[in-house]
Design a protein around this ligand. Structure first.
Ligand code: URA
Length: 280
């Protein structure tokens, strides 16, 4: 029996028992500690089971409740308007699983290249800027190795609020955003894409790949192909945080090959030295 049916049945039995006791003229019932605990959590369990059932029927992570209309004006003022509306993202706040400080995006509104990560972490929340922690510093090195500058690129995340770990003091702990958190937020990113109109989007890591492109499976299998999101070309590569964890030259080379594809796609020059980075 599903959790949802079990909870409904539990409530029905409890109701029947209380009605019988009332018919016998009893106004009190005695519950064991265990029964009391079970009764107390029935509504939450029923709600969680209903949410799970709904999610299972609608597995596409790209579905989103908040897709703000793109206002008129130049790109900078359009992005400012999306930034302001993301701050009060109803569907994000309603989840109750994200922290309060919004971290929007950084970079050029006219960028040809857009990097998309998953969500801000500790350092990003502190500085209110995407990709400024350790993974961001590695991304900066990658951008420099490409012969580009951070200011020329647009850096954003699917989720604009740091995911809450539920700890009383979260400290520097971070977690990946859930599919629900990405679905609630991705409309803002799609509005940013519609405004910036990058020539290429790079989804960094599995969460960005899932949340933005609706792809599951491994990054290893998804990389090396060009996808489209709302008519804009997109590729998938490893998240810099993954490279920091594995510290593998092979993984560095694979990411670098994706950056060579990006440079080629943008029609930018590539030196022989660049072509050889991380080659064995
Ligand atoms: N990881 C991300 O995906 N985004 C950030 O902004 C920082 C780390």
């Amino acid at each position: 029996m599903s959790d949802q049916k079990q909870s409904a049945l539990g409530l029905q039995l409890l109701r029947r028992h209380l009605d019988e006791r009332a018919a016998q003229g009893k106004s009190r019932v005695w519950l064991t500690d265990r029964a009391l605990e079970q009764v107390g959590t029935l509504p939450q369990r029923a709600r969680a089971a209903a949410a799970r059932a709904t999610r299972d029927q609608h597995p596409q992570p790209i579905a989103t409740s908040d897709t703000p209309p793109v206002p008129t004006g130049d790109r900078r003022s359009q992005l400012d308007a999306i930034n302001a509306s993301a701050e009060s993202c109803q569907s994000c706040r309603e989840l109750g699983t994200l922290r309060d400080t919004m971290v929007f995006a950084v970079g050029s509104p006219d960028a040809e290249l857009m990097f998309v990560g998953e969500a801000p972490g500790y350092e990003e929340e502190r500085q209110r800027e995407p990709f400024v922690g350790k993974a961001g510093q590695l991304l900066d090195k990658i951008i420099t190795a490409m012969g580009l500058q951070r200011e020329d690129i647009y850096l954003s995340n699917i989720v604009k609020f740091r995911p809450d770990t539920g700890a009383a003091d979260q400290g520097t702990s971070d977690r990946k955003p859930t599919a629900d958190e990405m679905a609630a937020s991705v409309g803002y990113l799609r509005a940013e894409i519609a405004i910036v109109k990058p020539k290429l989007i790079v989804a960094l890591g599995g969460a960005a790949m899932e949340g933005l492109l609706g792809l599951d499976g491994s990054v290893g299998r998804a990389r090396g192909k060009v996808y489209t999101i709302d008519g804009h070309p997109a590729i998938v590569t490893y998240h810099p945080a993954y490279l920091l964890r594995t510290d593998s030259n092979d993984d560095k080379r694979l990411l670098w090959e994706d950056m060579l594809i990006a440079l080629e796609h943008l029609g930018l020059p590539i030196s022989d030295k660049q072509r050889g980075f991380f080659k064995k």
